[in-house]
Write a new protein. Structure first.
Length: 386
């Protein structure tokens, strides 16, 4: 910084442009002040020469004061402009000095010492990497070309490393690397987003009824939900109802009105068990039809679910046989009634869903297995995508 005493006499403005600006401001302010003073003097001379102006002495004095104020204001403005120009020149000089000192410090770090004459391009690239600036081979050649080097080996001296050309090219390389890093990060995020979208689509495809998990290819699913399909799906529960009604027979014998209340089921149970192997034939037929893709999915779903319910009835059948064998007839009757009531409730729920055109997939445990068998051909859920 310059001292206060040197600002008015021997100030250096750092560049020809700043010096010209200061001189112009000074000349403009001086010219304005002199012009104002000249107008004041001319007015005073005219008033002194002619007697016609004496009656207007107060008016002329007021004009003289006004012109003097204008001259003072112009001189003050010129002084302020001069001070502002000096401050701008000082700030620019300080900025240039700071930038030059920073370039020199970096150059010394790259060289290792001011006593070293210079370093080659490969060593410079290693030193820049230590400074946190990654440059490729092509960028290194571009840096040497920016310095005006033509022939190899490229040798960077202290004055080269402190030059503005080296600093500008290095800043451009850093900006290029930053832009490339941002583009790579954006590309990575886009790839991750696409991978997540594909995984989500794959999960949706695996859970969709129109995908065969064995082949992975989309299939056309017969999703007919007309009245015929709804009635066909509802009739599938004749098989588990007639099978469960067998467990109800001890209670029907004790309370004959139950046989009247469930008259249609009683009649169907009697017919199916009169003809040999009819329940077994129905059981196998339901399994086969449930795998035929041409049959509406609503019917296939109900056929498969009816088969699984019928298979589940083997568990209480073993328990009831054990109770009857042990002589607990009353307990067997109660358990048989409860088994039939549960099967009847499931069947009523399924029939209501079918008549409404919806899949009766709310039976705990059994409906999930039914979906896997009908849609994927397996009892097990597909593996989760990692």
């Amino acid at each position: 910084m310059l001292s206060d005493s040197g600002r008015d006499s021997s100030y250096s403005f750092g560049s020809a442009e700043n010096t010209g600006r200061v001189r112009s401001a000074l000349m403009l302010g001086t010219f304005g002040g002199l012009s104002s003073l000249a107008r004041v003097q001319r007015g005073h001379s005219r008033r002194s020469a002619g007697g016609s102006f004496r009656p207007r002495f107060k008016v002329c004095r007021f004009a003289k004061d006004e012109l003097l104020e204008e001259a003072k204001a112009a001189a003050e403005a010129a002084k302020l402009q001069l001070e502002a120009a000096k401050l701008r020149a000082e700030a620019e000089e300080l900025r240039q000095a700071t930038a030059k000192a920073q370039r020199k410090d970096r150059a010394v770090r790259l060289l290792g010492s001011e006593d070293i004459m210079g370093i080659g391009l490969p060593e410079l690239m290693v030193r820049l990497q230590q400074e946190g600036i990654e440059i490729s081979g092509a960028q290194g050649l571009a840096l040497a070309s920016a310095m005006g080097f033509q022939d190899e080996p490229y040798f960077f001296r202290l004055e080269d490393l402190t030059s503005e050309a080296f600093d500008k090219k290095l800043a451009a390389i850093q900006a290029e690397n930053l832009q490339a890093a941002r583009q790579a990060e954006a590309k990575k995020r886009e790839e991750e987003r696409q991978a997540q979208a594909q995984a989500q689509a794959q999960n949706e495809a695996n859970s969709s009824p129109g995908i065969n998990s064995a082949g992975g290819a989309a299939e056309v699913v017969n999703d007919d939900r007309s009245l015929g399909a709804r009635l066909g799906g509802s009739l599938a529960y004749i098989l588990p109802l007639t099978e469960a009604f067998k467990f109800m027979l001890p209670l029907v014998q004790q309370f004959p009105p139950l046989g009247v209340i469930f008259g249609p089921i009683t009649l169907l149970t009697f017919l199916l068990n009169t003809i040999p192997f009819v329940p077994l034939i129905l059981f196998v037929t339901f399994i086969v039809f449930a795998q035929l893709k041409d049959i509406p999915r609503l019917i296939r779903f109900n056929l498969e679910q009816a088969v699984l319910i019928d298979m589940a009835l083997t568990i209480p059948s073993f328990i009831l046989s054990g109770l009857e064998f042990s002589g607990n007839i009353q307990a067997a009757s109660i358990l048989g009634g409860l088994t039939f009531a549960l099967t009847f409730g499931i069947s009523v729920y399924a029939v209501l869903c079918n008549l409404d055109g919806k899949d009766p997939d709310g039976v705990p445990g059994i409906s999930g297995l039914t979906k896997n068998v009908v849609d994927r051909g397996t009892f097990f859920d597909p593996p989760e995508q990692k």
